[in-house]
Design a protein around this ligand. Sequence first.
Ligand code: GDP
Ligand code: MG
Length: 295
Amino acid sequence: MKLKSGFISIVGKTNVGKSTLLNRLLGEKIAIISEKPQTTRNRILGIKNTPSAQMIFLDTPGIHKARSKLNIFMIKEATKTYGEVEIILFMIEAKAPLGNRDKFIIETLKRVKIPVILVINKIDLIKKDYLLPLMDELSKLYDFEKIIPISALSGEGVDQLVEDIDDLLPFGPKYFPEEMITDLPERFIVAEIIREKVFHLTSQEVPYSVAVVIEDFKEKEDTDIIFIRAVIHVEKASQKGILIGKKGNMLKKVGKLSRKDIEDLLGSRVYLDLWVKVEKDWSKDTKALRRLGYR
Ligand code: GDP
Ligand code: MG
């Protein structure tokens, strides 16, 4: 039997559940998830192998209005994938009607010639009889190849989605070895896990002011412990104060929760050495962005 393969971009505004779907498709947590918008900054690639196909998913940052340099970077990342993929999954959520950002994304889709599947996520949050009229209405907006309602959280509808993707993929090579589920280095995922904890534990502008850099990652000789030194970069001294917390309590919490997830990921004990450093206004500075890994 010939293998099908190809790249599939997941686009949609922030918070609709793109990263949750990616993790669900792969059965592993590689993308960071948060109830706060704009969590995913870099493009994340996840590989799913089925008996008949290799599906390579790109979880892109949400598309939104460009304001800061970081936002411009994120929009570029999201639409850049259009030229590199065989299928686009455009995700919206069932409970919120289409907003301006969705309409903006639909506009950007009018330029593409590849199939677009509309994925309506979070159907666990709505009444089922609301779904058919909604699908009918949405079908008038764009010539979607398919419209698939799912719950990325519960998994409902996801098998159907995988089947439909399989139907649309062309025959192609195996791009990645079977055991590989992402092209991201472990270091990157570790940094993302730490960033996720900061997202969960802090509020207001702090989560958006954080970049995590792994400065050291090594196995300690003659032990089964992996030593990781990570630096959390913030933009202001006040943010550093918040992240360290009273008697260092906040940083301890971030460290404890991160270590647990990193140990699960690596299947090993971990010593996590966590630091906070002020890098003034890094998100507005192109050079600093590059240094912190947002190329
Ligand atoms: P992204 O910004 O599009 O990547 O969205 P995330 O995957 O980070 O998810 C945003 C929020 O929506 C998180 O709090 C998720 O737990 C939640 N979420 C994602 N999928 C579902 C779903 O199917 N049902 C419900 N109820 N919540 C979901
Ligand atoms: Mg995301």
